[in-house]
Design a protein around this ligand. Structure first.
Ligand code: CP
Length: 362
């Protein structure tokens, strides 16, 4: 059976070796497209039983401050499939609460592992913590979700939309909508990452939410800038039906109320004013006939979404969940793996040029 041990030739112009992935915008559009192409290739190989041990003998620290089903499972499985090992580390079982600083985690884990992946979603802290670890880490740091971004989820969503709607996402309409849930105050990272990434890829992005469920102004600004540069569009509405009208993709999910995250009781009361914000069959009927329903999961069934929709023919939630595995493997291979051949050649040329310059100077 053939074995692919390196980055394929077609992707060698993009060099992500050693890079962190903390915000969706850390990779350029061309780099993101290369990651998606690599993911599609790894998915095909995995399904065909073709091994791809690109990260043989490499290790990834997977540091979780929050619970997870998909992220943990897919990173751990992904590292094994790439020939390496993903070490699950529950922050509760570490000495972090006894004083290990972000700098120490970066320096120490950076000396044991070839990459450090972190989920830290504490409001006004998670993103700052991951960036601080990255500042001191000699190896790539990967964001498994923070208070601001969930970039791997959105890479998986991009791959899923490409699979169902074609490679060019330009002028396809996506409704990113708040929906009511009662289980817990879900982070705002998924809608925030969605609007900045999809706008950058030229989609017509409509963000819908009740007035109290605003996203960060800096993120809205990035979405508007991305849309202006890509020829897509971005607008905000407080009407879920308006967002769904004629959409190609609908992505309704709950998130917490930023203004009241310190007062969960008040936040829950605000949420109860909007129990009508559900994705049901009537609302799906407002979107295009071939529209797809997306959710990063877990979903509050019967509240955020009707069973008939999430289990219905337009739902692609299992494809999304599966694609987490493939995009994460692509990013791990490209950031933690060997430099692509083309980049090695460029580096060698630079060294040769420097040597020549030194000789000429002597
Ligand atoms: N979508 C997602 O990140 O799922 P988990 O919280 O289960 O990892």
């Amino acid at each position: 059976m053939p074995s692919s041990k390196s980055i394929p030739k077609g992707l060698q112009t993009v060099n992500l070796a050693g890079r962190d992935f903390i915000s969706d915008l850390d990779f350029s559009i061309a780099e993101t497209e290369a990651v998606l192409d690599m993911a599609a290739r790894l998915k095909q190989e995995y399904r065909s039983g073709i091994p791809h041990p690109i990260l043989r003998d490499k290790t990834l620290a997977m540091l979780f401050f929050f619970t997870s089903t998909r992220t943990r499972g897919s990173f751990e499985a992904g590292m094994a499939q790439l020939g390496g090992h993903g070490a699950f580390i529950d922050s509760e079982t570490t000495q972090i609460s006894h004083g290990d600083t972000a700098k120490e985690i970066g320096r120490i884990f950076g000396s044991y592992f070839n990459g450090i992946a972190i989920r830290q979603c504490d409001w006004n802290f998670g993103n700052q913590y991951i960036n601080e670890v990255a500042e001191h880490s000699p190896v790539p740091v990967l964001n498994m979700q923070c208070d601001v971004y969930h970039p791997f989820q959105i890479l998986a969503d991009l791959l899923t939309i490409r699979e169902f709607k074609g490679k060019s996402l330009k002028r396809k309409k996506i409704a990113v909508s708040w929906a009511y849930a009662a289980s817990y105050q879900k982070p705002i990272s998924v809608p925030q990452s969605l609007i900045i990434q999809m706008a950058r890829f030229g989609m017509d992005v409509v963000l819908a939410h009740p007035p109290e469920y605003k996203l960060m102004p800096s993120i809205l600004q990035k979405a508007a800038e991305g849309a202006a540069a890509s020829g897509g569009s971005f607008r905000v509405t407080h009407d879920m039906d308006d967002a769904f009208a004629d959409a190609d993709v609908v992505y309704p999910k709950s998130w917490g109320c930023m203004l009241t995250t310190s007062d969960l009781k008040e936040s829950a009361e605000i949420g109860r004013k909007y129990t009508g914000w559900i994705c049901d069959e009537r609302r799906m009927g407002l979107a295009k006939k071939d529209a797809i329903y997306m959710h990063c999961l877990p979903a509050d069934r019967g509240l955020e979404v009707a069973d008939a929709v999430i289990d219905g023919p337009q739902s692609v939630v299992y494809d999304e969940a599966e694609n987490r595995l493939h995009v994460q493997k692509a990013v791990m291979a490209m950031t933690m793996g060997p430099k692509p051949q083309a980049a090695r050649k460029t580096a060698a040329k630079k060294v040769a040029a420097k040597k020549t310059a030194r000789k000429t100077a002597r």
